[in-house]
Design a binder for this molecule. Structure first.
Ligand code: SAH
Ligand code: SF4
Ligand code: F3S
Length: 470
């Protein structure tokens, strides 16, 4: 099969690193080491992108801050998934006009999914004149060149060309955590669910070469990372564009062979592409965490069809059953949209039935938000906001009771958990994660983040578990 994905040539990445060096020579002459503030909205994919922006910034001689008053460069990595996400970004970006008045040399950059939408880029062009640089996900790999140009000739730059998208290897990374790491295995999405903006702003599905992914994970394992999450909008369709055929289950198998004690997680999986082979591979590979995030969005077949999800409720439930038969203690999570255009309250109740049948450990629930340019934004949407909110509250109340019950069933069990952080609460100074990624607050005990330790679960509520090290 011919590979259709564009891979950025290594010379072009080298040229970007040369721009980093040129900027580093400039910043070395400044009286103090300059600081950058990278503020991230949206999903883990954006977190992973921000780690690359930080990698480039570090090569340019920047340190990091969370204080916009201290920052010479501010980068806001934006999300477009719901209107609320956009409004938060626009509010914060707007407020920077005052900060920049106090620090006129400041460089303000907006990047990510939101600005890849032409109408939003236009709004920033016209009404956010203090923003110097705007670039979408496709142009991220050219960040050094853009910063270099702006530091040497003032002006504004916009790089938001619409394209299918490419893959850039070899961009430096500054990771946010020393225990958990994100690894993008593919980019973009081909599914065009009727409500979703992602395919329009992130381009078509494209897979990184397995050898690049395996090399990155080998290095993470050597550096002591213990919890590695593979990222993609639809990881189950990994490999379809590769020269040598390899599917997601094969990739998991290969990662599982890498020496070291670490857990492999992945997200997101699309139900239409979740296969029996994937479930069997999960069950067999000891490093693959017993957890699956499998969004079903709605429980009614008519609604699923209009959403263009290309699976039915029965197919979804069958897959869950097959998976539970192989991995009885599997931790299941899902995304749900309430109030999709035309969904009646009766149809919504089919969603509640799926909750009762599957008994998810946790859910991510959203009220439908129309995204300009998607088919759903043009659909008739007669239900009132109040009725959608009522349905939404019924959904969260039901899930809260299920989560609480599921959590209570852990009490008395001892599980091998990954200590992943410290907390300020003196009663529970450590946090840890079960293999299925449920949060455990640990009382007393001595352990360092990054250690796998047996923890006895002593209590639970709807959000988390409580325990002690044994
Ligand atoms: N690729 C992932 C989802 C990415 S977006 C998948 O297919 O599962 C994360 C979640 O945001 C989606 O699963 C959906 O539940 C929600 N979402 C996406 N678009 C939305 C919209 N327009 N309104 C409300 N929720 C939305
Ligand atoms: Fe959006 Fe659907 Fe693609 Fe997920 S699979 S990113 S919901 S279009
Ligand atoms: Fe948001 Fe883009 Fe992720 S729209 S959810 S940041 S892919």
């Amino acid at each position: 099969m011919e590979r259709t994905t564009t891979i950025i040539p290594q010379e072009d990445i080298q040229a970007q690193l040369a721009h980093c060096q040129a900027v580093a020579q400039l910043t070395a002459q400044w009286p103090e080491r300059p600081l950058a503030f990278v503020d991230t909205y949206g999903c883990q994919q954006n977190e992973a992108d921000s780690e690359r922006l930080r990698g480039y910034l570090e090569q340019m001689g920047f340190g990091f801050t969370q204080d916009e008053e201290q920052a010479r460069v501010i980068v806001i990595n934006t999300c477009a998934i719901r209107e609320h996400a956009e409004q938060r970004v626009l509010g914060n970006a707007g407020a920077l006009v005052h900060v920049k008045r106090r620090h006129p040399e400041q460089l303000i950059c907006l990047c990510g999914c939101m600005v890849q939408q032409p109408q939003t880029a236009q709004k920033i062009r016209e009404s956010y004149r203090h923003v110097d640089l705007v670039f979408g996900p496709h142009a991220l790999w050219k960040f050094p060149e853009m910063v270099h140009a702006l530091l040497t000739h003032r002006g504004r730059r916009f790089s938001i060309e619409d394209e299918a998208g490419s893959i850039a290897e070899g961009i430096p990374v500054v990771r946010q955590d020393s225990v958990k790491a994100w690894v993008s295995i593919m980019y973009g999405c081909n599914n065009f669910c009727a409500y979703c903006i992602v395919p329009y702003v992130r381009g078509r599905e494209r897979s990184r070469r397995p050898e690049d992914i395996l090399a990155e994970i080998r290095q993470l394992a050597d550096e002591g990372y213990k919890d590695i999450t593979l990222l993609g909008q639809n990881v189950n369709s990994y490999g379809k564009d590769l020269e040598e055929p390899m599917d997601f289950a094969d990739l998991l198998e290969r990662i599982n062979e890498i020496p070291g004690e670490f857990l492999i997680r992945f997200m997101t999986s699309h139900p239409k592409d979740a296969t029996q082979k994937l479930f069997e591979t999960m069950a067999r590979c000891e490093k693959v965490a017993p957890a699956l995030h499998l969004p079903f969005q709605a429980g009614n077949d008519r609604v699923l069809k209009v959403m263009n999800r290309r699976h039915t409720r029965a197919q979804y439930l069958e897959k869950i059953q097959a998976l539970k038969a192989l991995i009885p203690d599997i931790v299941l999570t899902s995304d749900i949209i309430v109030g999709f255009p035309g969904e009646t309250t009766q149809e919504f109740e089919d969603t509640l039935k799926v909750l009762e049948e599957v008994r998810f450990d946790a859910l991510f629930t959203f009220i439908f938000s129309p995204r300009k340019g998607t088919p759903a934004a043009a659909m008739d949407d007669p239900m009132s906001r109040e009725e959608k909110l009522q349905n939404f509250n019924r959904l969260t109340a039901l899930q809260d009771s299920i989560s609480e019950e599921k959590h209570r069933a852990y009490v008395g069990k001892t599980l091998r958990c990954l200590v992943d952080g410290r907390s300020d609460d003196p009663r529970w100074p450590l946090t840890a994660r079960t293999p299925g990624n449920r949060l455990v607050r640990i009382a007393g005990g001595d352990a360092a983040p990054g250690q796998f330790r047996d923890a006895r679960i002593t209590g639970a509520n709807k959000w988390s578990l409580f325990g002690e090290l044994v």
